[in-house]
Design a protein around this ligand. Structure first.
Ligand code: GDP
Ligand code: MG
Length: 175
C-alpha cells in the first residue's frame, strides 16, 4: 500500500461551496475516488476527503471539504485554514449561478485574503438544458478574479483538471 510511509510536504484545505444539489458531493466523489453515485444521499455526514498527489516532485495532500448537505449552516469553522475554494453552480439552474455572488461574499468575509477561488459550472453533460451561457460565467469570473471551468461529475469531464488547476495554483503561491 503505497501511501503508508509517504512523507507529506503540504496539506492544502480546499472547501466546496454553492447551493444544494449543484453536484458538490459528486465532484468530490469523482475526484477523490473516481466514483459517481446516482443516490448521493450516501455522502451526507462526510466532512472531508483526501487525495494525495504529486506537484513539482512534492507530495501534496489535498483535503477537500464538503458541506455534507448543510449548505444553510456553513460556519466559519468550515472556512478556517482553507487555501482554496470551489464555488459550484449547476449550469442548468440559473438561480444557482445568480447565488454565486452571495457565496463569494460569504467566502471573502470568512477566508484568508490569498485564497485561490475557482468558479465551477457543473453538469455540462446536460447541454440541452443549459441555463447559464459560458460567457456569463466567464465574465463574472474575470470581474471577480476567479479561475473558471465547466465540469461534469457524471461523465468525469474536467473534474481532475479543475482540482489540479486549483491545487497547482495554491502550490505556486505557497511555495
Ligand atoms: P450537492 O448537494 O451540491 O452535494 O449535490 P450532489 O452531489 O448531491 O448532486 C445533486 C444531484 O445532481 C444528484 O442527483 C446527482 O446525481 C446530480 N449530479 C451531480 N453532478 C452531476 C453531473 O455532473 N451531471 C448530472 N447530470 N447530474 C449530476
Ligand atoms: Mg452534498
Amino acid at each position: 500500500y503505497g501511501d503508508y510511509n509517504q512523507k507529506i510536504d503540504y496539506v492544502f484545505k480546499v472547501v466546496l461551496i454553492g447551493d444544494s444539489a449543484v453536484g458538490k458531493s459528486q465532484l468530490l466523489a469523482r475526484f477523490a475516488r473516481n466514483e459517481f453515485s446516482v443516490d448521493s444521499k450516501a455522502t451526507i455526514g462526510v466532512e472531508f476527503q483526501t487525495k494525495t498527489l504529486s506537484i513539482d516532485n512534492k507530495t501534496v495532500k489535498a483535503q477537500i471539504w464538503d458541506t455534507a448537505g448543510q449548505e444553510r449552516a456553513v460556519t466559519s469553522a468550515y472556512y478556517r485554514g482553507a487555501v482554496g475554494a470551489m464555488l459550484v453552480y449547476d449550469m442548468t439552474k440559473r438561480q444557482s449561478f445568480d447565488h454565486m455572488a452571495r457565496w463569494l461574499e460569504e467566502l471573502r468575509g470568512h477566508a484568508d485574503k490569498n485564497i485561490v477561488i475557482m468558479l465551477i459550472g457543473n453538469k455540462c453533460d446536460l447541454g440541452s438544458l443549459r441555463a447559464v451561457p459560458t460567457e456569463d460565467a466567464q465574465e463574472f469570473a474575470q470581474r471577480e478574479n476567479l479561475f473558471f471551468m465547466e465540469t461534469s461529475a457524471l461523465e468525469a469531464t474536467n473534474v481532475e483538471t479543475a482540482f489540479l488547476t486549483i491545487l497547482s495554483e495554491i502550490y505556486r503561491i505557497i511555495s
